[in-house]
Design a binder for this molecule. Sequence first.
Ligand code: PLP
Length: 406
Amino acid sequence: MSLAALAREHGTPLFVYSKQWMLDALGAYQRGFDGRDALICYAMKANSSLGVLRVFAEAGCGFDIVSGGELSRALAVGADPARIIFSGVGKTRAEMKQALDAGIGCFNVESEAELDVLNEVASTSNQRARISIRINPNVDPKTHPYISTGLKGNKFGIAHDRALHAYRHAAKLPGLDVVGIDCHIGSQITEMSPYLDACERILDLVEAIEAAGVPIRHLDFGGGLGIDYNGEVPPAADALWKQLLARLDARGFGNRKLIIEPGRSLVGNAGVCVTEVLYVKPGEDKNFCIIDAAMNDLPRPAMYQAFQNIVPLQMRSGGSDERTIYDVVGPICESGDWIGRDRSLNVEAGDLLAVLSSGAYCMSMSSNYNTRGRAAEVMVSGARATLIRRRETLEDQLRSELPREG
Ligand code: PLP
């Protein structure tokens, strides 16, 4: 499949995804859980485009959602509500009601106050909300501070020390049905040890909670497994789960229902963003390669100083390879609008580049900053390429703004 041909047909910037890559990534998890009672809930915040969700829904995945909007997206692709879990620190009453009415599998509750509000919302409509409490195990995931979520200073989950108290409280609330426990310690984790440490701490808690008379039917270990952006070698999903399952078996939890919430590792390396070089601009200190993709399309570098590989889609005629060191930047009026720093490239205006590893946390985090329309998206499956999102028009952007003339 020629990315250049797709770019010619659909324009740039253009996200292109490989369905097979997604299914292979999912396959590694499925192999890891072979013979176990396990539910893989794709964390759709990583990429919530309907065409991507459809791939995972058809493959039998559940979904991890963080808003009423994400719930609607999951239901729109035919997801089984019983396989949907609802995470997030700030669920509103309206979102709780929407999820209860849809019959979702479990709320991952992130604070004691949320337990009380959910109890109230469920009781008012004569329902019972199945819940698990997200524990903050205070384990360092050894990743970027903005994507660490399981440390004491993070806003997520209930502190390990408060957990038993919270479970006792939840078990007494008539609108709640305690079914599980969960943790998610961060994202882009490239080592096994943080998972193993978190697992031990969660199992210690489960023993204490069950000793207090509250049965825990499922264990949810979140997502977070990293991908290769710049030579990182994270453990394979099946290898990671082999180790984790050995721990669970050793401690007598091997038959417990398991849930996981992977996002990035299912889609990150399945996608690239194809972009055109608009201008090459030599500077006093730096040379700039100005492309038509920007921080509104690819927010990760600006947000987390993240690295994404950038490769040209054409060879220079004559085969010369005279490279220059460029900062690859977008057209947005922000110095933070860079996609790659100090990249060695042989490029000229009109060339196409592919920004790699753009399947996760790119389109789903994109914005209209500078009144830029969101990019188009194409899903490739074998020899077929399907447009799954058309390029956003100015009319799309202006539609919700008032007052409108004419
Ligand atoms: N679960 C929860 C609660 C999360 O907050 C996140 C990401 O922020 C995920 C799962 C998915 O993480 P990842 O994409 O790193 O697998």
